[in-house]
Ligand binder design. Structure first.
Ligand code: AMP
Ligand code: MG
Length: 316
């Protein structure tokens, strides 16, 4: 949204759902109730729209987002569904269960959604309003909780407005959310299910499907995507604040520094964030032996971009 615009709250009737889908189709954000908390949604296939989520929340880093789908069938277009994942989906979807699964190359979800990770977090929400928007848009929605970074998750439309006024054009209001708790997160990778986050579905309920469930340790790279992001640094050495590059380096440009690929010739940080992970992958497979990155401003989304680049430059 542009400066000076206000945030409107609309009852989630059919006309409001249609407006929400039109805004999302145009790359805007909409706050939408789910059965867990209110989510700040963007078209998951539009990298610039996803970048606006991080900007609106003021997130200092790109932690991966949950992708919301209309049904379990849709998950097959995004991730490898092992039998255990299928069993969990059959039992708990639609509902407050998020599955972290190996991502398919062919998934149209923007790289920024998964912060460049090889896994993707999927959920089928059980809420009339969220389902109606998914159906009207016909594309998956990336949606973290609709609050400024570090604030409490919102369970009322008024909470969203307190936190995000002026940062989201439309909030759909369907009253208080019923679970009020975030979704439980389970990863299913290589035949093994692990509990990454306790949430609205109890461990006991999950274990009826999975058998005894391992609780992932904080140090586990799948459980703590921050850790995985460190390990998932490019295999090539990466140099920051480069005004120019030598012949061995792939230069990722920004603004006036053109480089081999320019994150944003106009110096737009939303555009740069949307391109970041694709360009890191492109640099990696370019055949050069090192990566250099032009200086990126540190304000707004630049903070998260620099955070990610510093991790890539100095893996822990
Ligand atoms: P929120 O949407 O605010 O409830 O937070 C999303 C949660 O899902 C965060 O804890 C993320 O770390 C986690 N998450 C999302 N994608 C992944 C992934 N690919 N691997 C591991 N955790 C993930
Ligand atoms: Mg949150």
């Amino acid at each position: 949204m542009t400066a000076g615009e206000t945030t409107r709250i609309r009852l989630a009737d059919m006309a409001a759902i249609a407006e929400a889908a039109a805004l999302l189709d145009a790359g805007e954000l909409v706050a939408i109730p789910t059965e867990t908390v209110y989510g700040l949604a963007a078209d998951a296939t539009n990298g610039a729209a996803v970048a606006r989520i991080y900007a609106a929340k003021g997130r200092p880093s790109f932690n991966p987002l949950i992708v919301h789908l209309p049904n379990g069938e849709a998950a097959r277009g995004h991730a490898r569904m092992e039998p255990l994942a299928q069993a969990l989906a059959a039992r708990f979807w639609p509902g407050p269960l998020t599955l972290v699964l190996p991502r398919l190359e062919s998934s149209p979800v923007a790289a920024l959604v998964t912060a460049g990770l090889p896994t993707v977090a999927l959920r089928v929400p059980a809420h009339r309003a969220m389902q109606a928007v998914l159906a009207a848009l016909g594309r998956p929605l990336a949606a973290p909780s609709a609050n400024r970074s570090g604030r409490l998750s919102p369970t009322h439309a008024a909470h969203v407005r307190e936190s995000l006024a002026g940062r989201v054009p439309l909030i759909l209001d369907a009253g208080p959310t019923s679970a009020g708790l975030e979704s439980s997160i389970v990863s299913v990778v290589d035949g093994k299910a692990r509990l990454l986050r306790q949430g609205a579905i109890s461990r006991e309920q999950l274990e009826e499907v999975t058998g005894p469930l391992e609780i992932a340790e904080d140090a586990d790279p799948v459980a703590a995507p921050g850790m995985l992001l460190n390990h998932y640094a490019p295999a090539l050495p990466l140099r920051l604040n480069a005004a120019s590059a030598d012949a061995r380096e792939f230069l990722i440009g920004f603004g006036a520094v053109a480089g081999d690929a320019n994150l944003s010739p106009s110096g737009d940080l939303v555009e740069a964030a949307a391109n970041l992970f694709d360009f890191l992958h492109r640099a990696q497979s370019s055949g050069r032996t090192a990566i250099a990155v032009a200086p990126i401003p540190t304000h707004g989304l630049g903070a998260a971009i620099n955070d990610r680049l510093k991790r890539a430059a100095a893996p822990l």
